[in-house]
Design a binder for this molecule. Structure first.
Ligand SMILES: *Cc1c(COP(=O)(O)O)cnc(C)c1O
Length: 339
C-alpha cells in the first residue's frame, strides 16, 4: 500500500463518517429545506460567532463567491503572490469578478499590514479601485505557516481605515486554530468573510463553508446558484461536515506531530538543502540546485511507495492527514534514512 503524502485532500471517509452520512435527514437545499445542510451552516456560523454560512461544493467556489460579492468589475484585489486564490483557482478572479490582482511578496505566504497599506491605489481614475484584501491561513505555499494574530489585526485596521473588505481563505484554518490555540470566534470578529475547507484535514469527501454576515451570505447564495453550485439533497454530504466538526478538529494535532517527525528525518539528510519551518501538517523542503531535481527525488520516493509532489524545480511538498497512521510515518522515516 503506497503512503500518499501528496495532499490532505486524498482522505476517504471513515466508517463512522459514512454511517453519519447514510443516516442524514435530507431535503431540497435549493429550496432551503435540507435540515442537515441548515444544521451545518448554523453550526459553522455559531463556531465563528458570525451570522450565517453557506455550504459550497469546494473551497475554490467559496473563495470565488466571496471575491465576487466583495468586488465590482475593474476593481483590484490585494493578495500574496503564491495565494491559492491567485495561482490555483484557474484565473477565477479575472474570470468571475473581472478584477485584477496586486500580488505581494510575503514571508512564507504571509503579508504585513504595512505592505497592504502601500499597495492600496489612490483615488485616481487611472488606477483600478482597490476593494478587497485576501489572506490565507494556514498558507499552503508557505509550508503550512500560520499568521501572527496581531498582524492580522493590524491588516484589519488598515482595511477599515480604507473601506476595504477582508476575506480569509481558511482552507486549513482549523490547522492554524489547533496549532496556535486561538478560538475561532476571534477570527469571526476580524474578517468580513471566511472560507473553510471540509475536504482537507477534516477528512470529508467534498465541501467547504463560507461564513459571514447575513446580508453577505444572502448575496453569496445567489452567486452560488449562478455558478451552478446549488445542490439538492446535499445533506448526505453536509452530514460528513457535521461529523468532521465534531470529531476531526482536535486530532489535527496528530498530523502536525507527524509532519514534525518527518521534517526532523529530512533535516538530517545531505541531499536536503533546507526544510521550511513546520508549523502544521505541511512539509516543504528544498533539494539540490539543478532544474527538476525535485521531480527525480519524488519519482524515487514513488518507487519506494511514498507519494509526494514536486512543486517548483527544487521543492518537494509532503502533507500529513487523517489516513496517515503512526506506522506509516515510521515507514516514511525509514525510507528517508536509507536514501
Ligand atoms: C485546497 C485549497 C483551497 C480550495 O480547494 P478546493 O480543492 O477547491 O476545495 C483554497 N485555498 C487553499 C489555500 C487550499 O489549499
Amino acid at each position: 500500500m503506497p503512503i500518499d503524502l501528496r495532499s490532505d485532500t486524498v482522505t476517504r471517509p471513515t466508517p463512522a463518517m459514512l454511517e453519519a452520512m447514510f443516516r442524514a435527514q435530507v431535503g431540497d437545499d435549493v429550496f432551503g429545506e435540507d435540515p442537515t445542510v441548515n444544521q451545518l451552516e448554523a453550526m459553522a456560523a455559531r463556531l465563528f460567532g458570525m451570522e450565517a454560512a453557506l455550504y459550497c461544493p469546494s473551497g475554490t467556489m467559496s473563495n470565488q463567491i466571496a471575491i465576487k460579492c466583495h468586488t465590482q468589475p475593474g476593481d483590484e484585489v490585494i493578495a500574496e503572490r503564491n495565494a491559492h486564490v491567485y495561482i490555483y483557482e484557474g484565473g477565477g478572479i479575472a474570470f468571475n469578478s473581472g478584477s485584477s490582482v496586486r500580488a505581494l511578496e510575503g514571508d512564507r505566504g504571509r503579508i504585513t499590514a504595512e505592505q497592504v497599506s502601500l499597495a492600496i491605489n489612490p483615488d485616481d481614475v487611472h488606477r483600478p479601485r482597490t476593494s478587497l484584501v485576501t489572506l490565507e491561513n494556514t498558507c499552503n505555499r508557505g509550508g503550512g505557516s500560520c499568521y501572527d494574530f496581531d498582524e492580522m489585526k493590524k491588516i484589519r485596521q488598515v482595511c477599515s481605515d480604507n473601506h476595504l473588505k477582508l476575506h480569509l481563505d481558511g482552507a486549513r484554518l482549523f490547522n492554524a486554530l489547533v496549532a496556535t490555540g486561538k478560538p475561532a470566534r476571534e477570527y469571526g470578529v476580524l474578517f468580513d468573510s471566511i472560507s473553510v475547507c471540509l475536504n482537507k484535514g477534516l477528512g470529508c469527501p467534498i465541501g467547504s463553508i463560507l461564513i459571514g454576515p447575513a446580508a453577505f451570505i444572502r448575496q453569496a447564495r445567489r452567486v452560488r446558484k449562478v455558478l451552478g453550485g446549488g445542490m439538492r439533497q446535499a445533506g448526505f454530504m453536509a452530514a460528513s461536515g457535521l461529523y468532521a466538526l465534531e470529531h476531526h478538529i482536535d486530532r489535527l494535532a496528530e498530523d502536525h506531530a507527524h509532519a514534525r517527525q518527518i521534517a526532523a528525518a529530512l533535516e538530517k539528510k545531505d541531499f536536503v538543502h533546507s526544510v521550511m519551518p513546520v508549523e502544521t501538517n505541511i512539509i516543504i523542503f528544498e533539494t539540490g540546485d539543478t532544474v527538476d531535481c525535485a521531480k527525480g527525488l519524488s519519482q524515487e520516493l514513488r518507487q519506494k511507495g511514498i507519494f509526494c509532489i514536486a512543486i517548483g524545480g527544487n521543492q518537494i511538498r509532503m502533507v500529513t492527514h487523517l489516513d496517515v497512521t503512526p506506522e506509516m510515518v515510521g515507514e516514511v522515516i525509514a525510507v528517508i534514512e536509507q536514501l
